[in-house]
Design a protein. Structure first.
Length: 181
C-alpha cells in the first residue's frame, strides 16, 4: 500500500515505514503529525484518486528530527559591470517516519495529545478612547509669526561680447599697444 501526499508544495510517494525529509513542519521531535492532503492511495488492486485531494484520508507520521540541509550558494554576476554577489542558503527540513496510511481518517487510532507548555498570554493593555477635539466657539485666531526680511537681489551678470571667445580674449579684438610716457 502506498500514497501520494502533498506538503511544502511538493508531492511525495510514501509507504509505511518510509523515512522522508520534507520542508519544516510545525511539530516537535517525537510528536505525531497527520498529512491531510492525500492525493492518491493504492492498496494492491484498488486505487483511490482525489480531485484534487481525498476527503477524510490522512497519512500519519512521527517527527524524527528537524535539521538544516546543506548550504546552497547563489552567485550573481554581471560581466564588465564590477557586480558580484554571493549568498548562501540552508533550507530547514523535518525528517519523518511514516506510520500509517488511512483512507478514512476516522478509522485512524487516536493519538494522545502531547503536553505542551502554553505560552503566557501578553498582558492586555487598557485602551481608553481619545476624547474628540471640540472647536472653541469664540476663540481668537492664533498670532502669526513675523515675516522674514528678504535678502537683496544679486547683481545681474553682464553678457559676453559677440564673437567666439578664446580663453579671456575675444576673437577679432586687437591687442592694446603699450605706450611709453
Amino acid at each position: 500500500m502506498y500514497a501520494v501526499i502533498l506538503t511544502g508544495g511538493k508531492q511525495y510517494r510514501v509507504k509505511e515505514g518510509d523515512l522522508l525529509s520534507v520542508e519544516k513542519i510545525g511539530a516537535e521531535n517525537g510528536h505525531k503529525y497527520d498529512f491531510g492532503q492525500v492525493l492518491l492511495i493504492e492498496d494492491g488492486e484498488n486505487v483511490l484518486l482525489g480531485t484534487p485531494v481525498l476527503a477524510g484520508a490522512l497519512v500519519r507520521a512521527e517527527v524524527v528530527e528537524t535539521y538544516k540541509d546543506e548550504k546552497v550558494l547563489v552567485f550573481k554576476k554581471k560581466r564588465r559591470k564590477q557586480f558580484r554577489r554571493t549568498r548562501g542558503h540552508r533550507q530547514q527540513l523535518t525528517k519523518v517516519r511514516i506510520e500509517g496510511i488511512y483512507p478514512d481518517g476516522s478509522l485512524a487510532p487516536a493519538v494522545e495529545a502531547p503536553v505542551a507548555k502554553p505560552k503566557p498570554a501578553p498582558p492586555e493593555k487598557a485602551v481608553e478612547p481619545k476624547p474628540r477635539a471640540q472647536a472653541p466657539e469664540a476663540a481668537a485666531p492664533a498670532p502669526k509669526k513675523p515675516a522674514k526680511a528678504k535678502k537683496p537681489a544679486k547683481k545681474p551678470v553682464k553678457a559676453a561680447p559677440k564673437g567666439k571667445t578664446v580663453g579671456k580674449k575675444t576673437a577679432g579684438a586687437k591687442p592694446k599697444k603699450a605706450t611709453k610716457e
